[in-house]
Design a protein around this ligand. Structure first.
Ligand code: PGA
Length: 243
């Protein structure tokens, strides 16, 4: 794992946005894996700014989001689809046909998970997967547990995760859907490159565990240790407990 530290989240976001735009220049048909949450917001702002300033050809780029709440359609303001439209998709010239997200309203969630895995495979796999990390060490909705899922699956969210997502539901963790669909650990680790972003003191313990401790299903992010091309981008607070 390559660990990079930045003085400020905007410097981190600018560096990652440039890396992604360079990757698009080299491969106009880049397949990107994208996260939601507070952490990627500076990145999405930086990508919007770079797109407004420079000629970024998004026309061939495909995106796959990590996860979506079960039961919510893309028109629900709490859905990750709505979050992505607002944070990024409405502001850059991505072809809507190239945006893939799990459909929380699909009648058969298990079938929807299989469809998603097949769509990722049909796109040739994910070139660069961007990740955040939960304060409990989750990636996507792969929550700490005795066993982890390899493929896209229906996940039950832990209390800490409901609380972390309450901002999308008027601040009320009890309104956050209890289930979601998420790429699995194998789906994520199959990406050719992984870039994790972590910001703030509340992530410092799980970041230290991810980098310095043994791999454990109790800290799903620790599996990034075995990925051949993983970068962890941190602000000083998130890096503060690294050995
Ligand atoms: P956050 O969530 O960016 O809102 O902290 C990250 C995550 O849960 O993966």
């Amino acid at each position: 794992m390559i660990v990079q530290r930045f003085d400020h989240e905007d410097a981190l976001a600018a560096a990652l946005a440039s890396r992604l735009v360079d990757a698009i220049v080299r491969n106009p048909r880049l397949v990107l894996g994208l996260p939601t949450g507070r952490t990627p917001l500076p990145l999405y702002r930086a990508l919007r700014a770079l797109t407004a300033r420079a000629l970024v050809d998004w026309s061939g780029v495909r995106t796959f989001n990590l996860d979506e709440f079960a039961g919510l359609g893309g028109d629900d303001p709490g859905s990750y689809r709505a979050f992505m439209q607002d944070a990024l998709f409405d502001h850059i010239p991505l072809d809507p046909a190239n945006i893939e997200m799990l459909d929380g309203r699909a009648p058969d969630l298990a079938a929807e998970c299989l469809r998603y895995e097949a769509a990722i495979a049909a796109a040739g796999g994910i070139d660069i997967q961007i990740l955040g990390i939960g304060a409990n060490g989750h990636i996507g909705f792969n929550e700490p547990a005795g066993e982890l899922h390899a493929h896209t699956h229906v996940a039950t969210l832990q209390r800490a995760t409901l609380e972390a997502n309450a901002m999308l539901f008027g601040g009320d963790p009890d309104r956050v859907p209890k289930c979601a669909m998420s790429m699995g650990m194998g789906t994520i680790l199959s990406a050719r490159q992984i870039v994790m972003i972590a910001l703030g003191e509340e992530k410092s313990d799980c970041v230290a565990g991810m980098v310095n401790d043994l791999i454990s299903t109790r800290l799903p992010a620790s599996f990034l240790q075995v990925h051949p091309h993983a970068t962890v981008m941190l602000d000083h607070a998130a890096a503060s407990k690294l050995i």
